[in-house]
Write a protein that binds this ligand. Structure first.
Ligand code: PXL
Length: 268
């Protein structure tokens, strides 16, 4: 009877206010009906105002977390979030090469959508050379698209060029997340490139709210859950976009400023 429930893992930082990081991933896994495990690589002291402090964990401990899961669980898909530094990226890449944890969904958490850095700058090259080539899906936000593609993005055409460059770094499928860039914006559009080279825009209504912490974490966590359940990559991306939009559309009053999205609105 053991190991019949679909199991997934997040490799991420803990966010103390529960709005992002491993906590958001675990909420998302739970709502989408998969069993979520977490390999924590750092802890962040954050609340709805800001990130106040952060501590990376020793890689020997991260190795132990991987081993503990690999010895006992059957992880069908895995996602990464905040990885903090080069040493941790190398440790995660080594462990992902060693153990069979299924497809990798890489949320290249370099900067939050508020521009806070969650990965030290010297680590970009390691992320590019070691993890991006292992990724089944990569989900960069606007800042991360610019960093990874080494392009300044101003137009839709720039987004397309950046996404194509990121695919060339080795990720099989690219979800280039859209951003708010003008007043009275009615939609948010992500640009998708699938493994077979097909490309399309994915559009969802834009809601004016400051309760959007955890949006990117949740999107990549739902993609991970759906892939683990056997959905196609395209369907996993579409489901994740729809469910994240639901979670933004109905804000909850938690935290005084930039609060979490509403995970209760994710359909089971
Ligand atoms: O949402 C990005 C993110 C990921 N991981 C951790 C975080 C945050 C943003 O605050 O704290 C641990």
């Amino acid at each position: 009877m053991s190991n019949e429930f679909i199991q997934v893992a997040t490799i991420a930082g803990s966010d103390s206010d529960g709005s992002a990081g491993a906590q958001a991933d675990l909420h998302s896994f739970f709502k989408r009906g998969v069993y979520g495990t977490s390999i924590l690589v750092a802890a962040v002291a954050g609340n709805s105002y800001a990130i106040h402090d952060a501590h990376p964990f020793p890689v020997s401990f991260i190795d132990s977390e991987f081993k503990a899961l690999a010895d006992d669980y059957q992880i069908r898909a895995v996602k990464t979030g905040m990885l903090a530094n080069t040493e941790i990226i190398n440790c995660v890449a080594d462990n992902l090469e060693k153990y069979q944890f299924g497809p990798l969904i890489l949320d290249p958490v370099i900067m939050t959508k508020f521009g806070d850095e969650l990965l030290e700058s010297v680590a970009y090259e390691t992320l590019k050379s070691r993890l991006i080539p292992m990724a089944e899906v990569i989900t960069p936000n606007f800042f991360e698209q610019q960093k990874l593609a080494e392009l300044e993005i101003k137009t839709d055409e720039d987004v397309i060029q950046a996404a194509r460059k990121i695919k060339k770094l080795g990720a099989k499928n690219v979800v280039a997340k859209g951003r708010k860039h003008e007043e009275k914006q009615k939609v948010i559009r992500d640009f998708i490139i699938l493994a077979d080279g097909s490309e399309f825009w994915l559009e969802a209504p834009f809601y004016q709210t400051n309760r959007i912490n955890g949006t990117g974490d949740t999107l990549s966590a739902i993609i991970t859950a759906e892939i683990a359940k056997g959905e196609s990559i395209e369907q996993a991306i579409r489901t994740a976009k729809k469910q994240v939009t639901n979670a933004i559309a109905h804000p909850i009053a938690v935290g005084h400023q930039f609060g979490p999205i509403n995970h209760w609105q994710i359909e089971s």
